[in-house]
Design a protein around this ligand. Structure first.
Ligand code: GCO
Ligand code: MG
Length: 403
């Protein structure tokens, strides 16, 4: 028995907001979990503080599955990003504790390494194709084997994925949502030339990815996938919103470009049909938003039956705690595909010292016991929470659209 004697929520903003749960056992062993839900951070903090922490005290930290089931079934209100992020934070912290008690890095408890490291993809973006391609070349020089390409669209003032800063793309940039204008027609004309220019400059020995960020209809996505097929993309991400899972049938009928989806999914039920009907190739659900390591492993096992591989979301709003958890998960599951790696700012890395590392395009979680990441609480306390929202998009006639 490793009795839980305390649990608390730490909110910090080292350049951006993060919510972290820290659980402590009677023997003084601590574990941490990421609970960050971009733009809705304090809802998860309140869910944990007001409704989860009182139920954790006195429980056995080793009973990870039982606590997961207790929090999921016991809430009566199932699923949803707030609930599932809170459960994920508890789950990560408990796996961290179990690893520390065992004296083993978490991936050893998950079956050991299935590969040398996790292939990650970096973000190359620019105001135009030339700038994006030159950034992509810089990633290639740093050893990245997979690179995501996002470029400004001629005729649109701003678009998803194009940063104001060369290295760090941080979309949650204002205390109230900024608005941008969107045109699918202008966008669709810009993607094929981007891939052509990238293949010409980078060659064929590097994986190229692209994120549509939910902005096409299924038939538009089918056309887009077909347009870039000659450049053999690794994946087309979030081609259309996925609430209607059957919508992906249309995309599949029109293109062999591999499809990835799921960064906003919270549960295996959000991707059941997509996986079962083999409508996607990569599932992007994450440790923090999809119920922790316990639930993400369930999703991965299910996906493996249908030759769907993992491709976890790894933007800057997922903290280094989530990144560590994703790498332990990724290095151990049989059907790993790729891991997104956007890199955190130096301030964030200082608040969350960690053992994971990047080398030759792969990342390794390191061999520190547990997750291999800690939180420097003193430093964290110097960065006060600052409300920050993601932008919204409207069509050129003012109609509200998907961002
Ligand atoms: C990605 C994502 C992010 C999200 C962001 C929202 O593929 O990395 O689409 O950029 O928009 O994480 O919080
Ligand atoms: Mg995305």
């Amino acid at each position: 028995m490793a009795e839980i004697v305390s649990a608390r929520v730490i909110v910090t903003c080292p350049g951006r907001n993060f919510v972290t749960l820290k659980i402590e056992t009677k023997d003084g062993i601590t574990g941490i979990g990421d609970a960050t839900l971009n733009g809705r951070e304090l809802a998860v903090a309140a869910y944990l503080n007001d409704h989860v922490i009182p139920m954790l005290i006195g429980r056995d930290a080793h009973r990870i599955e039982d606590i997961w089931q207790f929090l999921y079934k016991g809430a009566y209100w199932r699923r949803g990003p707030v609930t599932m992020s809170a459960i994920a934070a508890v789950d990560m912290a408990l796996w961290d504790i179990k690893g520390k008690v065992a004296g083993l890095p978490l991936y050893q408890l998950l079956g050991g390494a299935s590969r040398d490291g996790c292939m990650v993809y970096g973000h190359a973006n620019g105001r135009d194709i030339a700038e994006t391609v030159s950034n992509a070349l810089a990633y290639q020089e740093q050893g990245y084997k997979a690179i995501r390409l996002q470029s400004g669209v001629p005729g649109l003032a701003a678009t998803y994925g194009v940063s104001k800063d060369k290295y760090f793309y941080e979309p949650a940039d204002a205390a109230l949502p900024t608005e941008s204008l969107w045109s699918t027609e202008k966008y669709m004309r810009s993607v094929e030339p981007l891939f052509k220019a990238a293949r010409d400059a980078l060659g064929w020995d590097v994986h190229l990815l692209h994120d549509v960020h939910h902005r096409c209809t299924p038939v538009e996505a089918g056309r887009l996938g077909k347009d870039i097929e000659p450049y053999r993309p690794f994946w087309l991400e979030d081609a259309t919103p996925a609430e209607n899972q059957a919508g992906f049938r249309t995309i599949r009928q029109h293109t062999t470009t591999p499809l990835a989806v799921g960064e906003i999914f919270n549960s295996i039920w959000d991707c059941k049909q997509l996986i079962e009907e083999q409508l996607i190739d990569y599932i992007r659900a994450t440790v923090v938003h999809a119920g922790g390591i316990t639930h993400l492993r369930r999703i991965a096992s299910f996906a493996d039956l249908y030759q769907v591989r993992t491709g976890c979301h790894g933007a800057t709003d997922l903290s280094p705690v989530c990144m560590a958890a994703a790498l332990h998960f990724g290095i151990s599951v049989p059907n790993f595909g790729v891991q997104e790696y956007m890199r955190h700012s130096q301030e964030t890395d200082a608040v969350f010292p960690h053992s994971y590392s990047f080398k030759d395009g792969l990342m390794h979680p390191g061999d520190a016991p547990g997750l291999g990441v800690e939180i420097d609480e003193k430093l964290a306390a110097t960065f006060e929470y600052k409300r920050a929202y993601l932008p919204v998009a409207r069509l050129e006639d003012g109609t509200m659209f998907s961002w």
